[in-house]
Design a protein around this ligand. Structure first.
Ligand code: FAD
Length: 481
């Protein structure tokens, strides 16, 4: 049985769920600090929840302990009966909102334009769970703060929705930040900024909430000799961090399984939403089909989001942009060979990721960035470019990374397949990232916006999707405490 604690610790005997405490959500939701913490597991809920009848079962998962931090009792945690929510877009944002709403007892209809869930930007992401370091240019620290808050609750919420298998075999080698000789801020300046960010990260990620890492804010500057042993002449400084990426393909499989297995979620694939009809709270689908009568509608369509918002007369007040970013996905490593995951800062450079499971990722922004648009609907950029373009991107990425990571040929040779793929990135800001004044260096404006029963969510980053899922569901069903 479970013991209640007010300090975030648990003295329960959860043999099944492990009952891990995650008071990091207190960092994301400071107003909830000190509220009773009631870790529950499936067995406990099914036996004890007063709503756990055959007609209305309590569907709290064994990872309820995460949000149970904000729940005082099972009754308060359930959505009002028959609350029906339409979610548009089955990427990480829509899937997390569907899971969170269904876990709280709402009936969810998830509409996805493509033939499968998780086939958009969320699959073609690098999967870095940002602690904020790439946003050192935002002097207000608001972007870093948002990323650290999102990072702190990412794993706890995924553990709750997806179970323990979530991070098994899918967490990368930690990232080094390699400061390019043409960086917008030099190594000393970045060292100062990272020192400040480390404190910020520590305030949000206590108790191992960032993938079990004890001190997620740890940053360490390398000596010149250490740099020369691994990195090339274009690198002026290196900082090791505790930041990691998850393998987006692994997470996509788990999210699809969880969404499809949930009895309160109905998935509609190949169901493109053309518009929202406000008078009947209906979705207008292909062939003039209407699906109506929803209590809430949530737009998580990412590249398709503004078009649907526009049907409601809602568009961002600031200019926005879509960018098509290609990268090289590396799969099937031939032998064990650990590569330091590396982000090259600060500006439009690139990344190297070793997912620690035989797969990897490399990107070089100057060659991988192949499309830019400020329209309401971005052009239909292909996820897999034509062979000639793909070869050009692969070679451009190899040559771009060589002065930073001279061992690039050996790295590529160690993987059996090199696939060039790409995804759309939406952001507020109308000039590209190589402009030091670009608004793309500031990403604190993302998140849900609500207009009564209509909610539109700018996911911003993969990192912040679980945090925004809880925030969006709180808006629809009321705060979970
Ligand atoms: C190359 C690349 C690397 C990235 N790296 C990182 C990273 O390391 N860390 C990080 O935090 N973020 C990263 N991002 C950003 C991150 O991937 C996105 O912020 C995130 O995946 C967006 O999730 P989403 O669910 O909103 O969008 P998506 O995953 O695109 O999901 C939206 C879904 O909506 C569907 N849809 C669209 N229109 C309609 C419609 N009209 N009707 C019904 N369905 C519709 C689409 O088919 C799609 O499945 C990266 C992005 C790219 C492209």
């Amino acid at each position: 049985m479970t013991n209640t604690a007010t300090d975030g610790s648990t003295s329960d005997n959860h043999q099944n769920c492990g009952g891990r405490p995650y008071p990091a959500i207190w960092a994301a939701r400071p107003e909830l600090r000190g509220r009773p913490y009631v870790p529950l597991c499936v067995a406990f809920v099914e036996l004890n929840c007063p709503q756990s009848t055959s007609s209305s079962r309590c569907l709290h998962s064994r990872r309820l302990s995460v949000l149970a931090i904000v729940a005082v009792s099972c009754n308060e945690f359930m959505a009002p009966p028959h609350h029906t929510i339409a979610v548009i877009g089955g990427g990480i944002q829509g899937s997390c909102i569907a899971l969170e709403a269904a876990h709280r007892g709402a009936v969810v209809h998830l509409f996805e334009a493509g033939p499968v869930l998780m086939g958009g930007a969320s699959l073609y992401s690098e999967g870095k769970i940002h602690l904020g370091y790439v946003y050192a240019k935002d002097m207000t620290l608001e972007t870093a703060d948002l990323q650290a808050r999102g990072a702190a609750v990412f794993a706890p919420l995924m553990w709750r929705w997806l179970g323990d298998s979530f991070d098994a075999g899918a967490v990368s080698v930690p990232f080094n930040y390699a400061v390019h000789t043409k960086s917008a801020l030099n190594g000393d300046k970045l060292g100062e900024r990272y020192g400040v960010m480390a404190g910020l990260i520590r305030t949000h990620t206590d108790n191992g909430s960032y993938f079990g890492v004890e001190d997620a804010g740890e940053v360490h500057r390398w000596t010149r000799d250490d740099i020369n042993a691994i990195y090339g002449s274009d690198v002026q400084a290196v900082f090791s961090t505790r930041e990691i990426a998850v393998d987006p393909a692994h997470v996509a499989r788990l999210l699809i399984d969880a969404v499809e297995a949930h009895p309160l979620i109905t998935t509609h694939v190949s169901a493109e939403v053309h518009a929202v009809e406000p008078t009947t709270r209906a979705l207008v689908l292909g062939g003039g089909e209407y699906r109506g009568g929803f209590d809430h509608i949530v737009n998580c369509a990412w590249a398709g989001r503004l078009d649907i918002d526009n049907s409601m007369g809602l568009l961002p007040t600031q200019p926005w942009s879509y960018r098509m970013k290609y990268f090289v996905k590396l799969t099937d490593a031939v032998r064990e060979r650990r590569t330091p995951s590396t982000t090259i800062v600060l500006g439009g450079f690139g990344d190297i990721v070793d997912y620690n499971n035989g797969d990897g990722f490399i990107s070089w922004y100057p060659t991988g960035q192949r499309g830019f648009s400020g329209d309401i609907i971005p052009p239909p950029w292909p996820v897999a470019p034509a062979d000639e373009t793909a070869q050009d991107i692969l070679e451009g990425t190899r040559e771009g990374l060589r002065p930073i990571y001279p061992d690039i040929d050996a790295l590529l040779e160690n993987y059996t397949t090199h696939q060039v793929r790409g995804g759309v990135i939406y952001a507020v800001g109308s000039t590209d990232i190589d402009d030091p004044e670009s608004q793309l260096h500031v990403r604190s404006l993302s998140g849900p916006q609500s207009h009564g029963w209509y909610h539109t969510v700018d996911t911003g980053k993969y990192t912040t999707a679980p945090l925004f899922a809880v925030e969006t569901v709180d808006r629809m069903l009321g705060p979970s405490s």
